[in-house]
Design a protein around this ligand. Structure first.
Ligand SMILES: NC(=O)c1ccc[n+]([C@@H]2O[C@H](COP(=O)([O-])OP(=O)(O)OC[C@H]3O[C@@H](n4cnc5c(N)ncnc54)[C@H](OP(=O)(O)O)[C@@H]3O)[C@@H](O)[C@H]2O)c1
Length: 298
C-alpha cells in the first residue's frame, strides 16, 4: 500500500514542483508516491492520451517552456538515445540551466555501468567499466548530467520488478525458462523501493547529504532459479526442467544474452547503512509476496 510507504517518509518542502521525464513503470510509481506526499508532480510520456501523461516529451516535439516554471525537482527515467545523447539534455538543457529554482536533479541509470565482475560486489567507489554498447551509452549520459553542474544525483538500478512486472507474468503464461548457469547472480530492486529511496534521498540532499552516485538495490543478489522456484511455490505452479545456459543461449535475444554475460552483486550500504534508508522489500521473497498479493487482487 502506498500509504505504508508515505508513513516512512517526510514530505518535500511546501511549493515543491517535481517534473518526471519518462512516466513508465518506475516513473509512474515515483510520481504516485510524490503526489501522496502532497507534492505537485508532472510526468511525461511520448504519446498523447497515454495513461498518466501530464505532458508529452519526445525528441521530435517541443515541450512548453512553462513546464519548468517553478520546478524544484527534476528526474529523468529515460534511457539514452542510440547516438549516446541523453534525450532530456538533448532537447532541454538550456531551459534546465535557466531554471533558477531547481534544488535536485535525479537520473535513473543502471548498474550495467559497472560491467562484469565475475560475481564480485560493486559499490559506488567501483570504477565503472561498461562493456555492453548500451551501458557505454548510459555511462556517457551519467557524465552528461554531471557535467551540467546542476545538483545532480545519479541513481544506479539493477533489475527492476514489481506488481505487473515480475516472474509471475511468465509463470502464469507458461513461458518461464529455467536457465541454469551455476554461479550466476542478479541483483534486483522492487519498484516501491526505487520510489521510496528517491523521495528519501531528495530530502537528505537538501540537508547536505548528497552523494553524486547512489546504488538502489535490495540486500540479496540471487540466482534466477531460486527466484523462480520461490514464485512457483507461492503460485502453486509446476516448473519446467532446467536448461543449461550453454543450450539456452543459442535461442536467446542479443539483449537477453547481454544480461547473462555479466555477473555482479550490487552493494547498497551507502543507501541503507550510511544514509539510513530502510528497504520496504529487502529481498526477492518479500517483494514477490507483494507482487503475488496484487495478482490475487486483480
Ligand atoms: N527495467 C529494468 O530492469 C531497468 C534496470 C536498470 C535501469 N533501468 C532504466 O531505468 C529507467 C526506468 O526504467 P523503467 O523500467 O521504469 O522504464 P520504462 O517503463 O521502460 O519507462 C521508460 C520511460 O521513458 C520514456 N521514453 C523512452 N524513450 C524515450 C525517448 N527517446 N524520448 C522520450 N521518452 C522516452 C517512455 O515513454 P512512454 O511512456 O511513452 O513509453 C517511458 O515513459 C530507464 O532509463 C531504464 O532504462 C531499467
Amino acid at each position: 500500500m502506498i500509504q505504508e510507504i508515505v508513513k516512512r517518509l517526510d514530505p518535500l518542502p511546501p511549493k515543491s514542483k517535481f517534473i518526471i521525464f519518462g512516466g513508465g513503470f518506475s516513473g509512474q510509481r515515483i510520481a504516485s508516491l510524490g503526489r501522496h506526499l502532497g507534492t505537485k508532480v508532472l510526468c511525461s510520456r511520448r504519446k498523447e492520451n497515454s495513461k498518466g501523461a501530464d505532458f508529452i516529451f519526445n525528441t521530435d516535439k517541443e515541450v512548453p517552456n512553462e513546464i519548468f516554471d517553478g520546478a524544484t525537482h527534476v528526474l529523468s527515467c529515460i534511457p539514452p538515445l542510440l547516438s549516446g545523447e541523453d534525450p532530456v539534455l538533448h532537447k532541454l538543457k538550456t531551459q534546465l540551466l535557466n531554471s533558477k529554482n531547481i534544488k535536485w536533479v535525479g537520473y535513473l541509470s543502471t548498474t550495467g555501468v559497472y560491467g562484469d565482475t565475475n560475481g564480485e560486489w560493486v559499490n559506488e567507489n567501483t570504477f565503472p567499466n561498461p562493456q555492453q554498447e548500451r551501458s557505454i551509452r548510459r555511462f556517457s549520459c551519467e557524465k552528461q548530467w554531471l557535467d551540467t553542474k546542476l545538483p545532480v544525483q545519479i541513481l544506479r538500478l539493477p533489475g527492476i520488478y514489481g506488481p505487473g512486472r515480475s516472474v509471475f507474468e511468465s509463470l502464469l503464461a507458461g513461458t518461464t525458462k529455467m536457465i541454469d548457469k551455476p554461479g550466476q547472480v542478479f541483483s534486483r530492486v522492487h519498484v516501491d523501493d526505487i520510489a521510496g529511496a528517491i523521495l528519501f534521498l531528495i530530502n537528505l540532499y537538501s540537508q547536505g547529504k548528497n552523494p553524486s552516485v547512489v546504488n538502489i538495490a535490495d540486500n540479496l543478489p540471487t540466482n534466477n532459479l531460486e527466484v523462480i522456484a520461490f514464485a512457483a511455490k507461492i503460485a502453486k505452479k509446476s516448473l519446467p526442467s532446467n536448461v543449461p545456459f550453454e543450450i539456452a543461449k543459442e535461442t536467446m535475444s542479443p539483449m537477453a544474452l547481454s544480461f547473462w554475460q555479466e555477473n555482479r552483486k550490487v552493494d547498497n550500504k551507502l543507501l541503507c547503512k550510511t544514509l539510513g534508508y530502510s528497504l520496504i522489500y529487502p529481498n526477492f521473497k518479500s517483494g514477490l509476496k507483494n507482487c503475488f498479493s496484487k495478482l490475487k487482487m486483480k
